[in-house]
Design a protein around this ligand. Structure first.
Ligand code: NAD
Length: 385
């Protein structure tokens, strides 16, 4: 098969690349041809020469798309790229089908097979090597702490020096999924006092095992929803949760929010009133910030704002891209594992009876075959609620 790396992904400025040379070597050894457009790895500091040494052909994007059986992306592709694809080709990436109805419809109508790593069944142990949501969330959780530490004008650890003693920073992480746990671990490694909170009761133990303190809230009943994800809170519960969190937020120097409910708008956990009570110099990183809203009132995806009371609020929607080297290396292993799983005798074999494939194949033979995506497309607004 001919595999081509996409260039020109959404959002513009994406620095990650779908394959790194190590994977090109593995795929070439499996008999595939990999076409890499010039500069495809530049954002992750991978020169073209490293790709060609690993067995890739350096060729223009247009030639690559024309020759490709499979086009590999990280983020959803830009419209200009989609326009160059043709029926029978396959696009593999983190396509966010539940929030990209226009893209899904176009790919289906044009007979392109779309495979999205976002839909992978995550509790299946044989799929763990393909789990890009986990690998990218882990990188982003680490980077969230680095960004916060950078914006925070004080030490994170307790420091006793001849010039006096510095108190450790107090860090609160809301949401203890993959990103949140990595953020807690990173903040602990930097010496901060760390507290964590999540609606799912099973996270108590995970938070404690990192040396962080679990924040108990009295106003909300802990609980999990489907597939090990958070349950959706109703408006009354969310208001009670926000009100109780306000006081905790005010006494922390750094607050990192990571709360998500799959396919829904992120819950608002940090009200503007809570940010107003924080000390000048404090930092809030909203990892859920997106065009669909975030966890923090007033955060703007892709922007850093300093409030009137001196709190830096970072709308962090590109943290994995800011760690393009590590994120690309992990993503490349994930997408290669998936690609090899989908391949029989050197070509793609789509088989929706396979549990992994049923989760990731979104469009095939001109139809939307992924049930959750089809259901979302049938809703009038097509956007998360
Ligand atoms: P996510 O990105 O969907 O959400 C992040 C966190 O936000 C979750 O822990 C969620 O419980 C929390 N959250 C949502 N609403 C909240 C609210 N109102 N208040 C507080 N917290 C709230 O989650 P994720 O990181 O993708 O992981 C979700 C689940 O998937 C976890 O159970 C994780 O262990 C599981 N998982 C399993 C595997 C595996 O078994 N191999 C791999 C990855 C993830």
């Amino acid at each position: 098969m001919v595999l081509t790396l996409a260039v020109g992904e959404e959002p513009p400025g994406e620095r990650r690349v779908a394959l790194v040379p190590e994977s090109v070597r593995r795929l070439s050894a499996a008999g595939h041809t990999v076409v890499v457009p010039p500069g495809a790895g530049a954002g992750a500091w991978i020169p073209d020469s490293a790709f060609s040494e690993a067995g890739a052909t350096i060729g223009t994007a247009a030639d690559g798309y024309a020759a490709a059986d499979v086009v590999l992306t990280v983020a959803p592709p830009a419209p200009a790229l989609v326009a160059q694809l043709r029926a029978g080709q396959t696009l593999i990436g983190m396509l966010q089908p539940l929030t990209s109805p226009g893209l899904v419809r176009e790919l289906a109508d044009r007979g392109i097979t779309a495979v999205s790593l976002d839909g992978l069944p995550r509790t299946l142990s044989r799929a763990q090597a393909m789990d890009a949501l986990t690998s990218q969330a882990s990188v982003a959780g680490y980077r969230a702490v680095i960004e916060a530490a950078h914006a925070y004008g004080r030490y994170l650890p307790l420091l006793i020096t001849a010039a006096g003693t510095a108190k450790p920073a107090e860090v609160l992480v809301l949401g203890a999924g993959v990103a949140g746990l990595q953020a807690m671990a990173t903040a602990r490694r930097l010496g901060a006092v760390v507290r964590g909170y999540d609606i799912r009761p099973e996270t108590r133990q995970e938070v404690a095992s990192l040396g962080a303190e679990f924040l108990e809230l009295q106003s909300v009943r802990a609980g999990s929803g489907e597939g090990g994800y958070a349950r959706m809170l109703d408006d009354r519960e969310l208001a009670a949760q926000q009100a109780e969190l306000d006081g905790h937020i005010a006494r922390h120097d750094i607050v990192i929010t990571t709360a998500q409910v799959p396919g829904r708008r992120p819950p608002l956990l940090v009200r503007g009133a809570a940010v107003e009570r924080m000390k000048a110099g404090s930092v809030v990183v909203d990892m859920a910030a997106s065009e669909h809203g975030g966890n923090v009132e007033g955060s703007v995806a892709g922007r850093t704002v300093v409030t009137a009371n001196g709190v830096t609020v970072i709308g962090a929607d590109d943290l994995a891209s800011r760690m393009a080297g590590s994120a690309s290396a992990a993503y490349s292993r994930n997408i290669t594992a998936l690609l090899l799983h989908l391949t029989r005798d050197g070509t793609l074999a789509i088989d929706l009876t396979d549990e992994v494939q049923a989760g990731v194949v979104v469009t095939h033979d001109g139809t939307v075959v992924h049930p959750a995506t089809a259901a979302r497309l049938a809703q009038p607004e097509g956007a998360p609620r």
